[in-house]
Design a protein around this ligand. Structure first.
Ligand SMILES: CC(C)(COP(=O)(O)OP(=O)(O)OC[C@H]1O[C@@H](n2cnc3c(N)ncnc32)[C@H](O)[C@@H]1OP(=O)(O)O)[C@@H](O)C(=O)NCCC(=O)NCCS
Length: 163
């Protein structure tokens, strides 16, 4: 029998302003179509990700949207227990908005979010370390202690078997 989880209080929404740009943690503002469009056009392992998986991943994460007016121009998703651990992923700034400092501003907002301060471990998986190095990320100190199950072709194989 599946039991309903006890309702937990909704997390506070945080907003940050710089020039004409807004960063917000309000999930209701996120443009799932544009996030899905970026992820499925990127060089990442998310090329074949279905939109409903993007939507579900957003529901289970602390997300940061970057906006110019109504337009979403950037995104980052933090998978976290808000107490000990955070995995930063799916972060991007749309190409025409890059090089203006938005990526660094986004990283600063994420790392200073009250629920994400003082965590024991942060993880990011990236092919380009330059942005993250500026914020204290380093290569794995003991890579032999990290293990994973990498189902990299999972989206290509389809989601029929998944709930
Ligand atoms: C990485 C990314 C979010 C950076 O956004 P941005 O708004 O252009 O970043 P900023 O303007 O704040 O500057 C980023 C800093 O990293 C450096 N940088 C330059 N090109 C970079 C790149 N392709 N990736 C990462 N860092 C880069 C810059 O030198 C800059 O530092 P500086 O101002 O001290 O020189 C953006 O390039 C992007 O969306 N890339 C594609 C998606 C991606 O690779 N995401 C990371 C996946 S883990």
């Amino acid at each position: 029998m599946v039991r309903q989880a006890t309702a937990t209080p909704q997390p506070e929404i945080h907003e940050y302003h710089k020039e004409q740009f807004l960063i917000s943690t309000d999930p209701a503002r996120l443009d799932v179509n544009s996030i899905h469009a970026f992820l499925s056009q990127s060089y990442w392992e998310t090329k074949a990700i279905p939109k409903e998986i993007v939507a579900r991943s957003i529901r289970g994460s602390l997300c940061f949207g970057v906006y110019e007016g109504q337009r979403q121009v950037g995104f980052a998703r933090v998978i976290t227990d808000r107490a000990t651990f955070a995995y930063l992923c799916d972060d991007y700034i749309l190409e025409s908005y890059r090089g203006k400092g938005l990526g660094k501003w986004l990283m600063g907002c994420i790392l200073s979010h009250p629920d994400l301060r003082g965590l024991r471990r942060w993880i990011v998986v990236t092919r380009d370390v330059r942005l993250y190095e500026k914020f204290g990320f380093t290569a794995l100190k003991e890579p032999e202690t990290y293990m994973e199950i990498a189902n990299l072709g999972v989206y290509e194989k389809g989601v029929a078997a998944r709930r």
